[in-house]
Design a protein around this ligand. Structure first.
Ligand code: ADP
Length: 170
């Protein structure tokens, strides 16, 4: 049984075994959640990321958590909203699935997701949140015992309320 929860906070403070980074294709750092994760994890994270050769939209790569409480960081690249020739939804779904697949391969039992693509990449939270939740619920249906906990970690009360309402309804 996987516990799926919604929480409000800073992803760099999460005590899950892995946290997810919403990165850009270079994996060499950026603003938003990516900048916060690199700042908190320390410069060794950038050194490790340099060796990964980037990441395609919808895919995921794993690194050590370095100075974070989490042991691992799963880096994924979300779609830039409106720039994927109509594939925004499937690419966003692919991000969540790729992260869960990769975490499972590493026997990770708990993971926290930020709201992928809804900052600089412009995906409206009202559209992204149901896609994120459905992607995770579907994945869990296929792998009910892979994780003990999957956490949706929102950075604003507005985003938190959107998720809490949707999850309350499922
Ligand atoms: P993207 O490029 O995927 O849009 P952003 O980092 O700009 O990435 O935003 C994605 C989401 O991450 C936004 O909802 C933003 O509020 C949130 N966010 C920013 N900083 C943090 C943080 N420290 N912890 C958790 N979420 C964060």
């Amino acid at each position: 049984m996987t516990k799926i929860i919604v929480a409000l906070g800073d992803i760099t403070h999460q005590n899950t075994e892995a946290i997810v980074n919403s990165a850009n294709p270079s994996l060499l750092g950026g603003g938003g959640v990516d900048g916060a994760i690199h700042a908190a994890a320390g410069p060794e994270l950038l050194e490790e990321c340099r060796k990964l050769g980037g990441c395609k939209t919808g895919e995921a790569k794993i690194t050590n958590g370095h100075k974070l409480p989490a042991d691992y960081i799963i880096h994924t690249v979300g779609p830039v909203y409106g720039m994927t020739s109509g594939h925004d939804g499937e690419l966003l779904t692919a991000c969540y699935r790729s992260c869960l697949d990769l975490a499972k391969d590493h026997l990770i039992r708990s993971i926290a997701f930020p709201s992928i693509s809804t900052g600089a990449y412009g995906y409206p939270i009202a559209k992204a949140a149901p896609i994120a939740i459905e992607a995770v619920l579907r994945w869990v249906k296929d792998h009910p015992d892979a994780f003990s906990e999957i956490r949706f970690l929102l950075h604003s009360t507005r985003d938190y309320d959107v998720y809490a309402k949707l999850l309350g309804e499922t």
